[in-house]
Design a protein around this ligand. Structure first.
Ligand code: 57M
Length: 359
């Protein structure tokens, strides 16, 4: 909105020319979303406490988590508010990619919100059925994939970090692939969100890296120089990523140990879906395995643990899955696990950046 309102006035005030630049608007979006969280955060937490929107904690988890009972949850509502308002303020509203990302983010947020609401209302840790949740997720992600493929002439080529000359074409199967990426990313972030700041930190890293990649993907010259897919219009996605970075950093302010609020499924499902959808649109899906390596590792730990548990009739690979509980059970304190996971996430983020020059 600011772009549409202020940029046309650059003929009268030349300083307003700056609104043309994606870099300026991405930074503006980061700061705006961060400030919204800081300004509204305390009031929101108080409101959730007054309305008794508190976390229901499972009885089968590590005992250190019992004290978390009643911590306000559904902080994702605040993240979604900040991301939506900020994106609408700073982005070029004629860009279809941004609307698709925003639509998917809010859809997954709505599924999460309904799930959180049911858990709180029934006062147990079981919300929507797993099948119901996945079904609604598949519907949202596949509608976005079909829209991209049919209406926006998105092609089905994949790109791989390090292998810059290999671009297999999935054709119409790309729709299934794109759906899997978004649903997978959403659930992986959701599984990771089990310790204070554990999902929020890597979300900051992943969205920062994707901010840069979006900018590059939307810039014909840079994309050609770096041999990454050029996606006309993808530059605006950097502004959305800026909003995500700012909102996540602002949320981390309150979610850092000891957390004053959890994001809930409304936040975790939405942020994961947002990252997956961004990866699809800028054609850096495979990079998500590196930059979002923490989320991938957490999801894999659950798949391996559950698979092995079933096949072996009750034996476990990890002391408990997802992976972060394994270290808690080994006696690491919560901040130790979280900060070490952040360190790995930052290293993975830097490795993802290195793929730009390595081929
Ligand atoms: C949700 N939710 C947290 C909070 C957050 C298949 C199975 C492995 C699924 C998995 C599962 O349900 N995972 C998804 C994880 C919960 O947090 C809420 O949920 C939102 C995210 N969806 O925003 O609202 C708890 O996590 C803690 N928390 C924090 N700080 C935060 O900032 O401390 C969350 C955010 C909160 C709080 O305690 O209550 C959760 O973990 O429930 N299931 C599991 O993760 C369970 N694993 C398990 O059963 N493993 C088995 C195998 C065989 C399947 C095993 O290894 O033996 C564990 N969940 C918990 N404890 N809580 C078991 C231990």
């Amino acid at each position: 909105m600011l772009y549409h309102l202020l940029y046309p006035l650059h003929n009268y005030f030349s300083a307003l020319n700056v609104f043309r630049y994606i870099t300026f608007r991405a930074i503006g979006a980061t700061l705006t979303a961060f400030l919204i969280l800081l300004l509204v955060g305390d009031r929101f937490i108080k409101m959730m406490q007054e309305n008794q929107i508190g976390q229901v904690v499972r009885d089968d988890g590590p005992s250190s988590h019992y004290s978390k009972r009643g911590v306000p949850t559904m902080g994702g509502l605040l993240i979604l508010f900040a991301v939506t308002v900020t994106t609408l303020l700073w982005v070029d509203l004629f860009n279809s990619f941004v609307w698709i990302i925003l639509g998917v983010t809010l859809w997954f947020g709505a599924i999460g919100a309904y799930d959180d609401y049911r858990k709180i209302k029934k006062q147990n840790s079981k919300g929507l059925s797993a099948r119901g949740k996945i079904l609604w997720q598949i519907i949202g992600a596949s509608v976005a994939a079909v829209l991209l493929y049919n209406n926006l002439n998105f092609d089905g080529h994949l790109s791989f970090p390090f292998l810059k000359n290999i671009h297999p074409d999935l054709g119409t199967y790309y729709v299934i692939f794109a759906t899997l990426v978004v649903v997978g990313a959403s659930n992986a972030v959701n599984l990771t969100d089990g310790l204070d700041g554990l999902a929020t930190g890597p979300t900051v890293v992943t969205s920062s890296v994707y901010l840069l990649f979006s900018y590059l993907a939307g810039h014909a010259g840079m994309a050609a120089y770096l041999q990454i897919p050029y996606v006309p219009g993808a530059g605006e996605v950097a502004v959305f990523c800026g909003a995500l970075v700012g909102a996540s950093l602002g949320f981390l302010w309150f979610n850092a140990y000891p957390a004053q609020i959890f994001m809930g499924d409304v936040g975790a499902l939405a942020m994961g879906a947002a990252l997956g959808q961004v990866a699809i649109i800028i054609k850096q899906e495979m990079l998500l395995v590196i930059v979002g390596g923490i989320f991938v590792m957490e999801a894999l730990s659950v798949i391996l643990q559950v698979g092995f548990f079933r096949m072996s009739g009750g034996k476990r690979i990890f002391l408990m899955a997802p992976f972060h509980h394994h270290f808690e059970k080994k006696g690491w304190t919560e901040p130790k696990v979280v900060i070490r996971f952040w360190i790995i996430s930052i290293i993975l983020g830097l490795s993802a950046l290195a793929t730009l020059k390595l081929r």
